[in-house]
Design a protein around this ligand. Structure first.
Ligand code: B12
Length: 405
């Protein structure tokens, strides 16, 4: 069988103060249909958010859909931010109906935009452009810039994924550099991503020096495209202390991707000054049989469920209910939530392992359930790693886990 090369990775977004996401949603689907991996950042996104995400995701190019005006300046700003963040080789293209004029286009091309698409352009033409422009080898990867750290790590991850080396169990570099790995899993639509974002907010507020990584998985079939859309639901992960990478499962069953272990390995080996304190590992939406993390991959496992899992009998079939350290019933404002919590509580009591049950409404700001979950994730304050083992950056002396403002 012919070897399938890595897919083209693109990031798409809609600018700040613009909610016209219908065109980009259609274009995203067309990209995926043609084997392209699309990291979709969503709408109302700043130039800085776009550049940070593009660099961390190590994409070949950014596609922007802009309808509300200000595009000449906005596109130019994205290019400036990409350069500042160590991604000058990341291309930029886009469109935006009749709002972008041909005179604007001239200015945009001058500022470094590769191409502007106008109304009436067939989608195949856009796909053909992307394949031709970004399908080959990238030029000059070894760019180092002032804030090139994310860029260097992002590129290391890409290289690791494309190498033939098989995955192995990740090794933590030393006792003093011990990121806490929190595995978050559960069925699609339970609210895993929103919950992670809220936990990230609490971690960021708990310690001004803390650094967090998020590895987020979405499903894909090997050789085909994928929509990696978790970033669109993330607000607080758009922060310079958070490094997020989206992975396509590429036919690996069980919730993770072929490169997950290698990625973790690399995140563990980051130099002292930019070591991560906490790593979130978010799986694909899983089915009843999946136990994604096996043994030893994560320090703590959280299963996120929504109250609508069906009858009580269904609970007997969910394998993760035996393996999780914490079970979260998210969307606990729904009418079925009370019954769900009671049924799951009984199921966990039957296991007799002291597993915790928490009810959350992750979409609600300052939700007390998420606060409780955060406390369970940080048994020793801060990262959750005992202070004796957290000696890097002198952070062990800091009082962490402070209440949220
Ligand atoms: C649909 C629409 C809406 C929908 C948006 C739904 C959604 N979720 O996207 C709704 C009704 C919600 C809406 C609201 C508003 N809208 Co409106 N909207 C439109 C409309 C009619 C069509 C846009 C569209 O989706 N077209 C479908 C796409 C597929 O067609 P296309 O543009 O031809 O796309 C091609 C190319 O442009 C290009 N392309 C586009 N994007 C990209 C991206 C990439 C990466 C690539 C490669 C190519 C590409 O490729 C496509 C393929 O051929 C336009 C008018 C227009 N004709 O453009 C106004 C328009 C954009 N809206 C306008 C306005 C003012 C508003 C509102 C402010 C109205 C109000 N007062 O509330 C709000 C703002 C909403 C917000 N939060 O930003 C104005 C903007 C004026 C301006 N910038 O000066 C417009 C131009 C209408 C007008 N003439 O006044 N809107």
């Amino acid at each position: 069988m012919a070897k399938v090369g890595p897919p083209i990775r693109l990031l798409t977004a809609v600018p700040i103060c613009d909610g016209h996401d219908s065109a980009i949603s259609t274009i995203n689907l067309e990209f995926i249909r043609h084997g392209i991996e699309v990291i979709y950042l969503g709408y109302h996104r700043s130039a800085d958010d776009i550049a940070r995400a593009a660099v961390q995701e190590d994409v070949r190019a950014v596609g922007i859909s802009s309808y509300n005006g200000g595009h000449v300046e906005f596109f130019a700003q994205v290019i400036r931010r990409l350069k500042e963040r160590g991604g000058p080789n990341i291309g930029l293209f886009g469109g935006g109906g009749g709002t972008i004029t041909h005179d604007d286009e001239k200015l945009m091309l001058k500022s470094g935009v590769s191409r502007v698409f106008f109304p009436g352009t067939p989608l195949e033409e856009i796909v053909a452009f992307v394949k031709k422009q970004y399908g080959g080898m990238r030029q000059g990867n070894g760019v180092v810039s002032q804030r090139g750290d994310d860029h260097a790590l992002a590129h290391e991850l890409t290289t690791a994924l494309n190498s033939a080396r098989p995955s192995r169990m990740p090794k933590r570099s030393s006792r003093n550099q011990r990121p806490r790995v929190i595995g978050i899993t559960g069925p699609g639509g339970a609210g895993k991503t929103t919950l992670i974002d809220e936990l990230v907010l609490r971690y960021l507020k708990s310690d001004p020096t803390l650094r967090i990584a998020v590895l987020s998985h979405d499903p894909s079939i090997i050789g085909s495209g994928a929509l990696l859309g978790d970033r669109a639901a993330m607000l607080y992960c758009q922060n310079d202390r958070v490094f997020m990478r989206s992975l396509a499962s590429a036919s690996r069953a069980g919730g993770l991707a072929p490169g997950t272990e290698r990625y973790l390995d690399i995140l563990f080996q980051q130099p002292h000054t930019r070591a991560f304190d906490v790593i979130f590992l978010e799986t694909v939406g899983i089915g009843q049989e999946a136990v994604p993390f096996g043994t030893g991959l994560v320090d703590q496992t959280i299963l996120v469920m929504s109250p609508d899992y069906g009858s009580r009998l269904q609970l007997q079939k969910i394998a993760m209910l035996d393996a999780a350290d914490i079970v979260v019933v998210n969307k606990s404002d729904l009418s079925a939530a009370k019954t769900a919590s009671t049924e799951i509580e009984q199921r966990l009591a039957f296991n007799g392992r002291g597993q915790k049950l928490v009810s959350t409404v992750a979409k609600r700001h300052r939700d007390p359930g998420v606060d409780e979950l955060f406390r369970l994730c940080t048994p020793h304050g801060g990262t959750g790693v005992p202070p004796m083992q957290r000696t890097q950056h002198g952070r062990d002396a800091r009082a962490t886990g402070t209440p949220l403002a």
